[in-house]
Design a protein around this ligand. Structure first.
Ligand SMILES: C[C@](O)(CO)[C@H](O)COP(=O)(O)OP(=O)(O)OC[C@H]1O[C@@H](n2ccc(N)nc2=O)[C@H](O)[C@@H]1O
Ligand SMILES: Nc1ncnc2c1ncn2[C@@H]1O[C@H](COP(=O)(O)OP(=O)(O)OP(=O)(O)O)[C@@H](O)[C@H]1O
Length: 313
């Protein structure tokens, strides 16, 4: 697998190797410097299990989940400007800029902090959209965390997580960047380091709408709460899996195929499915056998996300 700090060669060609980047110093003054384009990681997550305990009055569901951070994902680069404009240098196909969670995150931070700066943002998209692996939410979190540093807007982690929650239930967990148990709508987070495992994440090429799953009348919503200390994978499940597999036979077929090789389960509201291995080679061997109709990637489960590692460097 490629180092997450290095862009794909196709992307390297589409952005300049050297970029003029605005650096903001501690006084809020700015200086323009020639520096190598910096890529910020925007990792994927897996919901190792996903229990639905009930529904809040606002329609959102009360969840319990183990969010596993992966060492694989998208990448974003930021060219800070003086003009206050927030733009995508690489628009995302099918997503108008004003709906792109990256732009929405940057605008939210700019409005909250009244920064005079702007930014032009490049995205190297690797994660399938609507896959249940958190691509859009992770992109939003990376934009918040990176711009808070590049604009010197000085928000702390709690403030960034709170801001992110307005963009999506999964944004806070990516801001915090730790493999964690989560409750509430997904924002009540308790870091929970796990043994290192390797995952084959496979995409059956169907798009599952998170909203449609959560509004479906057949979704089970009454799983009793578990104590985190009692967590065992075999005693948990993804409460959305049966419903999604019934509505999307491709998800059911993929799961059935993967289960021949390793413990496997759907992540989030689908459509991606993950299979769990103790080593990278075994995961890659199964990926090599996978029918061509399905795509996938192999990633390591990490306790600190690549974004958190970059911030803490
Ligand atoms: C199911 C998960 O994928 C687990 O990681 C997430 O909690 C979904 O997080 P997300 O994509 O960031 O979700 P949002 O963008 O906030 O919400 C999408 C839709 O999912 C539903 N939704 C989401 C999260 C939640 N706890 N309860 C819900 O009912 C809501 O109907 C909402 O309209
Ligand atoms: N930067 C972005 N990247 C991906 N999707 C985005 C982005 N901005 C907006 N979206 C919209 O969000 C939808 C869901 O995409 P996303 O990849 O986050 O789904 P997901 O993996 O199912 O997320 P989750 O696991 O958080 O439910 C997309 O279909 C797209 O319309």
């Amino acid at each position: 697998m490629k180092d997450s700090s290095t862009p794909d060669s196709s992307i390297t060609r589409s952005v300049k190797g050297k970029a003029t980047t605005e650096n903001v110093n501690a006084n809020g003054a700015s200086q323009v410097s020639e520096q190598k384009q910096q890529w910020w990681p925007s990792p994927a997550k897996l919901n190792i299990f996903l229990h639905i305990l009930g529904r809040f009055d606002n329609g959102y569901h009360q969840l319990q989940s183990l969010f596993q951070m992966l060492d694989y994902g998208d990448e974003l680069a930021f060219d800070v400007t003086n003009d206050g404009k927030i733009t995508m240098a690489t628009p995302l196909e099918g997503v108008p800029d004003e709906e792109n969670l990256i732009i929405r995150a940057a605008k939210l931070l700019a409005n909250k902090t009244k920064t005079p700066f702007g930014v032009s943002i490049s995205l190297n998209k690797r994660l399938p959209m609507g896959g249940g692996i958190g691509g859009g939410s992770s992109n939003a979190a990376t934009a918040l965390v990176a711009l808070n540093q590049l604009w010197s807007t000085g928000l702390n982690e709690d403030e960034l997580a709170q801001l992110g929650l307005a963009l999506g239930a999964d944004v806070p967990i990516f801001v915090r960047g730790k493999t964690a148990f989560a409750g509430g709508v997904g924002e009540d987070i308790m870091p929970a380091p796990q043994d290192e495992k390797w995952y084959l994440v496979a995409n059956p090429n169907v798009h599952v709408s998170t909203g449609a799953v959560f509004t479906h009348p057949d979704l089970p919503r009454n799983t009793p709460p578990i104590q985190w200390k009692d967590y065992k994978f075999e005693e948990t499940r993804n409460d959305c899996q049966q419903l999604v597999a019934n509505c999307h036979p491709e998800v059911a077929n993929l799961l059935q195929w993967l289960l021949h090789y390793a413990p496997s389960r759907m992540t989030g509201t689908g459509a991606c499915v993950f299979a769990t291995f103790s080593d990278k080679t075994s995961a890659e061997q199964v990926m090599a056998k996978m029918p061509n109709a399905w795509q996938g990637f192999v990633a390591k489960g990490v306790n600190s996300s690549p974004l958190l590692n970059k911030i803490e460097q």
